[in-house]
Structures are given as structure tokens and as C-alpha cells.
Design a protein around this ligand. Structure first.
Ligand SMILES: NC(=O)c1ccc[n+]([C@@H]2O[C@H](COP(=O)([O-])OP(=O)(O)OC[C@H]3O[C@@H](n4cnc5c(N)ncnc54)[C@H](OP(=O)(O)O)[C@@H]3O)[C@@H](O)[C@H]2O)c1
Length: 286
């Protein structure tokens, strides 16, 4: 496994395993499988409703806790200083751990300033080894970097061949924030797993489209999170450290960028309304 060093010296694996949309029933088995394959970064969130199962898996997997980099995210309804502090401590209970490697603010809506200051305090108290944000577009990221004590260590944003985040990554580098990719495969949208350009490149190295995508992210120094409930695919997605894409390959992939989200643009009023609906739907579950 290769590691990236965050702006505070903490090392994070460059490839991780995410559990979004992994059901409670399957989650413990999936995380144990992923750790057995070699993944050492596990990415969950309060809003994934599987923190307890992730915690069970980490206890049972036989790998010391310190060798696993564990991330969770604070959900919007837990924003505000006091609520965020309380909810992170609850997440730690569910995850059965007395520290977290990374805690992110899941979305840039509601009182994320109060929430961020709670993360800063938990960081100062050494309950959290690193802190950050997710889905913060360049303007919001610069804002949170320039008006707070602790510069976020990570910003997790949708990054894949169809939404390459070139400008956002430049802005993160400028602010000393590590970019992390969610939906590296765009969850298969835009027929990503059938893309001819990616397939042709993969054929040269005897690698799959998924492997080409993850390799491309790693070569751009992007921490990637891949999700699969199938152990064969977890293995496939992990086997990306034995080949290198050429400059010509990188040029071909750069032409696939649409500069648009495969999901939705977080900067529209409709996105805010959608998030408010999600908050309402999830209010009894969080
Ligand atoms: N911060 C955020 O707002 C945010 C949003 C979304 C995701 N995330 C994080 O990022 C992680 C990854 O994103 P994601 O789960 O949305 O999407 P993704 O990793 O782009 O795609 C997952 C989909 O690809 C399939 N897949 C995985 N490996 C494959 C392979 N080798 N060949 C063919 N199909 C394959 C999976 O199917 P099977 O499971 O059936 O194999 C699943 O349907 C999440 O789990 C989560 O931790 C964060």
C-alpha cells in the first residue's frame, strides 16, 4: 500500500474502501473481506447507518486498530458546535474506538462553521487525528481554509474520469488540502464500466476499466475510495500497484472530462432543497 502524508504529518492510505449503500446486514462481512484483501482505509458516515457494523468488523478482523485508518462524516442535522461534538462522540461509541483517524463534515449546508469549530476542538483534544470536509466546492473550501485555525486535512469530492476536478484539485493544492475521490466509478453512471477509451487502455496492460480508473487517480495523487460488496471486485480494485499509465494514456483520459457532476451540482438551490429533504427523511434514523 502506498501512503500520502496530510498537511499535519498523518499518513493516509492512497486507496480505501467505502461503505456507502452497504446494508447493515452485509456491512460487517464486507469490511472484514476488504481488510483481508489488504485495504487499511475504511470510509463510513453517520448517514450510512452502518457505523456499528464497521466497528464490529474492525474489532473482529484481527488487524490492530492502529493499522486501520478510520473515517466517518458528520451529517447535516448534527451540525452546530454542541451537536457536532456530541455526535462525533456517539460515532466513536458506535465504531467502538476511542479515537478517529479522520472526521469530515459531509456537506456544506446548515451551520457548518459551528460544526467545523467542534472538529477543531476535538482535534486539539487529540480525539481525532485529522479533520476535513466533503463536497466543498472551491469557493467554500477557500472560505473554510482562510477563516479557521486548523486547515482541513482532506476534502472528499466526486472525482472520476467524467468529472475530473482539475481546478478543484489545483485549489486544494494551493490551500494544502488533500483531495479524496468519492464515486471513482461514478457508481457506473454514463456507462463508465463500458467506456471504450478506458477499455482500450486497460487492454494494453491486461487490466480492467476499474483498475485503470483507480490507477489514474493514484497517479494524480488522489486518495481513492472504491466500494464493492463482492470480494473478487475488492481484490481487482486493489491490484493497481503493479502497472503505470503512460503520458499518452493520461492525455486520452483527460479528454473524457465533462467538468460536470454525474450526480448533482451542490451549488444550486435545488441541491439545498434536496439536502433539506434528506435531513427530514433521515431524522429518526440518525
Ligand atoms: N462524501 C460523499 O458525499 C460521498 C458520496 C458517495 C460516496 N462516498 C464514498 O465513496 C465511496 C465510493 O463511492 P460509491 O460507492 O458511491 O461509488 P463507486 O465506488 O464509484 O461505485 C460503486 C459501484 O461500482 C460497482 N463496482 C465496484 N467495483 C467494481 C468492479 N471492479 N467492476 C464492476 N463494478 C464494480 C459496485 O458494485 P458491487 O458493490 O455490486 O460490486 C457499485 O455498484 C463510498 O462507498 C463512500 O465511502 C462519499
Amino acid at each position: 500500500m502506498e501512503y500520502v502524508t496530510l498537511n499535519n504529518g498523518v499518513k493516509i492510505p492512497i486507496l480505501g474502501y467505502g461503505v456507502y449503500q452497504v446494508s447493515k446486514e452485509e456491512c460487517e462481512r464486507c469490511v472484514i473481506d476488504a481488510i483481508s484483501v489488504g485495504y487499511r482505509l475504511i470510509d463510513t458516515a453517520q448517514a450510512y447507518f452502518n457505523e456499528e457494523e464497521v466497528g464490529n468488523a474492525i474489532l473482529k478482523c484481527g488487524i490492530p486498530r492502529e493499522e486501520i485508518f478510520l473515517t466517518t462524516k458528520v451529517w447535516i442535522s448534527n451540525y452546530g458546535y454542541e451537536e457536532t461534538k456530541k455526535s462525533v462522540l456517539q460515532s466513536m461509541e458506535k465504531l467502538q474506538t476511542n479515537y478517529l483517524d479522520l472526521v469530515l463534515l459531509h456537506q456544506p449546508f446548515n451551520d457548518y462553521y459551528g460544526a467545523y469549530r467542534a472538529l477543531e476542538d476535538l482535534y486539539e483534544e487529540k480525539k481525532i487525528r485529522s479533520i476535513g470536509v466533503s463536497n466543498f466546492y472551491p469557493d467554500r473550501l477557500s472560505d473554510i481554509c482562510l477563516f479557521n485555525k486548523v486547515t482541513p486535512q482532506v476534502n472528499q469530492v466526486e472525482t472520476n474520469p467524467f468529472n475530473q476536478q482539475i481546478y478543484a484539485q489545483k485549489n486544494m493544492i494551493k490551500n494544502n488540502v488533500q483531495i479524496q475521490s468519492w464515486a471513482p466509478f461514478g457508481e457506473g453512471r454514463g456507462d463508465m464500466f463500458k467506456n471504450e477509451v478506458l477499455k482500450k487502455i486497460g487492454d494494453k496492460y491486461n487490466k480492467s476499466i476499474a483498475q485503470v480508473i483507480l490507477r489514474w487517480l493514484v497517479q494524480r495523487d488522489i486518495v481513492a475510495l472504491a466500494k464493492s460488496t463482492h470480494i473478487e471486485r475488492m481484490k481487482e480494485n486493489f491490484e493497481i500497484f503493479d502497472f503505470k499509465l503512460s503520458n499518452e494514456d493520461l492525455i486520452e483520459i483527460s479528454k473524457l472530462d465533462t467538468k460536470n457532476s454525474l450526480f448533482f451540482n451542490h451549488q444550486t438551490p435545488e441541491a439545498v432543497e434536496f439536502m433539506a429533504q434528506l435531513v427530514e427523511q433521515r431524522k429518526d434514523k440518525i
